[in-house]
Design a protein around this ligand. Structure first.
Ligand code: XMP
Length: 429
């Protein structure tokens, strides 16, 4: 193993991620684990040089104060207790913290500053090989950042022992299913099962106008299709997942309640009986992107803007029809192309088109024609909780409008959404 590790045990602090990132900023890899880490689990962690017990306001669980297991105290490893009565405490901010932490990590633990993506990847490859042995692994590959990066890592680690399943539900952006096939099957040589489930999803969604109902149908149908593919394959023992650390936090830890259940954490039927392989689960989003870049994935995959799980399904407003779905997909492709050409691609946080379920009168080739409008949205945000609207140059908006109304079938108007969040949300439904 190439990297040293400082272990952070969660004793009720809300600052575990911040502390983990602080130590990583010093060049030393960290992992965050629950307070009751067993002796066996501790032994299985490679190259642990020291342990930080990170106490805090959530230290009392079910009426009793939690503590680390005896195995931790008797491990012989250097221990730093933060926010612990009678022991080291971490000052709020400033250099003194920095000093306490550096002293612990480098002087007391003797950790080396050898955390970088190449070392991380090398270590994860070794750990995955140890875990999987000669067994088979299955992975749902959506083409999003997390599943793409985990696929690339697993291909490097176990090659043909991995089978990726890409479900095309018909709600992806233009060119996305083709890119998944090209990158993973053709360039990386993966075992890739491509499932064309477009008709199946669109039939299930026919006539359904309620957005939450649409989301439920898309999520449930996805699991059904994936499960069917899994049952067709023989000898699968593991399920690869692109779980990342923020997913774990949002799903709740032993000291913090869940914000929301996450599709990467749980979700598949238990009788499938797979053990999970989750090599990215200690990484933050920006680190996952760095990992993908280090694995040689294209920038368009690694640095892509956020895209909702239900995809274009929540941008084709109301009951989805095939013609409006094509119109939203084509107009989105034009918007993306123009943003890339005009230097806005890496600058704007999220941009897309939506198509409402209404027509208005217009003129085409000298005749009245009832067609749909397309809505453009381009927003900036830090955490997606609030958002501001991008000040797109007017001439560019006019150019995009001209292209959409001439190139996209059935669209005669283009509207730019000027609403920040709040009062609008980022998506339209
Ligand atoms: P809103 O519309 O709530 O969106 O302002 C905030 C962020 O979340 C994305 N979003 C979703 N992502 N499934 C997802 O995986 C969904 O159902 C969903 N709805 C919204 C949205 O694109 C934005 O980045």
């Amino acid at each position: 193993m190439k990297q040293d590790m400082i272990l952070i045990l969660d004793l009720g602090s809300e600052e575990n991620p911040r502390l983990a990132r602080e130590v990583r900023a010093m060049g030393v890899y960290t992992e965050i684990h629950p307070h009751d880490l067993s002796q066996q689990a501790l032994r299985a962690l490679p190259n642990v040089k020291g342990i930080i017990l990170n106490g805090g306001p959530n230290r009392v669980v079910d009426g009793a104060a939690i503590d680390a297991s005896a195995a931790v105290y008797s491990s012989g490893l250097p221990i730093l207790a933060l926010d612990h009565k009678g022991q080291d405490t971490l000052p709020e901010s400033g250099e003194d913290r920095e000093r306490v932490l550096r002293g612990f990590v480098f002087d007391r633990c003797g950790a080396a500053a050898n955390w970088n993506m190449d070392n991380f990847i090398a270590d994860q490859i070794e750990l995955v090989r140890r875990q999987v042995g000669d067994k088979q692994v299955l992975l749902a590959l959506s083409g999003g950042v997390d599943s793409s990066v985990v696929a690339a890592l697993l291909i490097k680690a176990i090659g043909k022992q991995l089978t990726c399943v890409h479900v095309n539900h018909g709600l992806l952006r233009k060119g996305e299913p083709e890119q998944v096939v090209k990158v993973f099957r053709e360039e990386l040589g993966a075992n890739l099962v491509y499932v064309d489930a477009v008709d199946r999803f669109l039939d299930k969604l026919a006539g359904v106008a309620d957005p939450e109902q649409k989301r439920k149908i898309i999520g449930a149908e996805f699991i059904r299709v994936f499960e069917e593919e899994a049952r067709k394959l023989q000898g699968i023992a593991f399920l690869g997942q692109g779980t990342i650390y923020p997913d774990i936090i949002e799903s709740g830890t032993k000291t913090v309640k869940a914000v929301k259940s996450h599709h990467n954490v749980g979700g598949l039927p238990e009788d499938l009986n797979f053990e999970l392989v989750e090599p990215l689960k200690m990484l933050f989003k920006d680190e996952v992107r760095q990992c993908g870049a280090a694995l040689g994935l294209p920038d368009s995959m690694v640095y892509r803007q956020p895209f909702p799980g239900p995809g274009l399904g929540v941008r084709c407003l109301g009951a989805i029809t095939r013609d409006r779905l094509e119109a939203v997909r084509e107009s989105d492709a034009i918007l993306r192309e123009e943003f890339a050409r005009n230097g806005l691609e890496g600058k704007v946080w999220q941009y897309f088109t939506a198509i409402p379920d209404l027509k208005s009168v217009g003129v085409r080739e000298g005749r009245r024609a009832d067609e749909w409008p397309v809505i453009l949205r381009a927003v900036n945000t830090v955490d997606a909780m609030t958002a501001t609207v991008e000040d797109v140059p007017f001439a560019l908006l006019q150019h995009i409008t001209a292209r959409i109304t001439s190139e996209v079938k059935g669209v005669n108007r283009v509207l730019y959404d000027l609403t920040p969040k709040p009062t609008g949300t980022i998506e339209w439904e």
